[in-house]
Design a protein around this ligand. Structure first.
Ligand code: CP
Ligand code: NVA
Length: 345
């Protein structure tokens, strides 16, 4: 029985540990199948809508390649290219797209929009990032963690997330950790801790799982003995540019640099980043900020730490493809286990 069939994929708290583990296991198999050039197309004749109200490199390309590899067709609807929420209600757009497509991906500014889209759609809706959650990203990160520690269960993994702990990546990592038992420390100034309602539910869930989730301002306490440090940009898409000043002032001590790495006391420490990353000056954001604020070496992560961890960070990026493919197959194919050899490979 495929319990994921026809389900929406809006946030991880909607899923059980077994459901998340199944998606990760299927992703591993799909990765192997692709590398061996043995793709079995399960999504032939499926049509997928990709709504992006914000820019994207990894998520859009992963949805498209996952669909193409599996024989499905996509329509890309970029920023401002539909009537959604302007000339037409979200409800009506959802009803129309459901009659044309087998599934709808949505990336946008307001999580409420995707909830309404999902409520009025009769086909699965997948969250390609909202200001609150980025679930397809964290599934890829969980696969990456598992590849690094194939013999460890998630209960044995310790991870510190440092930087802006009230953004979509932190919220989603928090939800994943509470479900799977990861020992998670959110390391940030108090002002940037997650919203109480999400944090309380996750801490309660972690307690029931006999695992631990803490928020701390203390970097030494937060990163000591962890297996992973995870960081993300300090200002997310859709936030006003003027917020940079405050973020740099409050987060500068939370940069992932050699000093923080030394504080982990773990010579095998690995650093994760969902990308895009501000680790050098080869982008217009850092170049323009350099004029306004004094920044010496990277923003949320220094270039030398980024370079030392780039193999893992780019593996995370590649894993977006395999995990998104697993999510598409799991939600669009009912008898996946019986009809295909995928589970037997
Ligand atoms: N990590 C991620 O979602 O990247 P994009 O914004 O490029 O999709
Ligand atoms: N927090 C970042 C994640 C980018 C993948 C943002 O929302 O911009």
């Amino acid at each position: 029985m495929n319990y994921l069939y026809q389900r929406d994929f809006l946030r991880l708290l909607d899923f059980s540990d077994i459901e998340l583990e199944n998606i990760i296991t299927l992703s591993e198999k799909l990765k192997k199948i692709k590398k061996n050039n043995q793709e079995i197309q399960l999504l032939k004749k499926k049509n997928i809508a990709l709504i992006f109200e914000k820019e994207s490199t990894r998520t859009r390309c992963s949805f498209e390649i996952a669909a193409f590899d599996q024989g499905a067709h996509v329509t890309y609807l970029g920023p401002g290219s539909t009537h959604l929420g302007t000339k037409e209600s979200i409800e009506d757009t959802a009803r129309v797209l459901s009659r044309l497509y087998d599934g709808i991906e949505y990336r946008g500014h307001n999580h409420k929009v995707i909830e309404i889209l999902a409520k009025y759609s009769s086909v699965p809706v997948w969250n390609g990032l909202t200001e609150k959650f980025h679930p397809t990203q964290i599934i890829a990160d969980l696969l990456t963690m598992k590849e690094i520690f194939p013999k460890k269960s998630f209960f044995e993994i310790k991870c510190a997330y440092v930087g802006d702990s009230h953004n979509n990546i932190a919220n989603t990592l928090l939800e994943a950790s509470s479900i799977l038992g990861i020992d998670l420390r959110l390391v940030s100034p108090k002002k940037y801790w997650p919203e109480k309602n999400i944090l309380n539910v996750c801490q309660e869930k972690a307690k029931k799982n006999k695992s631990k989730i803490i928020c701390t301002e203390n970097i030494k306490e937060g990163v000591k003995n962890v297996d992973f440090i995870y960081t993300d940009v300090w200002v997310s898409m859709g936030e006003p540019e003027k917020i940079w000043k405050e973020r740099i002032a409050l987060l500068k001590n939370y940069q992932v640099n050699q000093n923080m790495i030394d504080l982990t006391d773990n010579p095998f420490i690995k650093v994760l980043h969902c990308l895009p990353a501000l680790h050098d000056q080869k982008n217009t954001i850092v170049a323009s900020m350099l004029k306004e604020y004094y920044l010496e070496d990277g923003v949320e992560i220094t270039d030398s730490i980024f370079q030392k961890n780039k193999d893992i960070i780019f593996e995370q990026a590649e894993n977006r493809l395999h995990t998104i493919k697993a999510i598409l197959i799991s939600t669009l194919i009912q008898d996946i286990g019986f009809k295909t050899q995928i589970y037997d490979l």
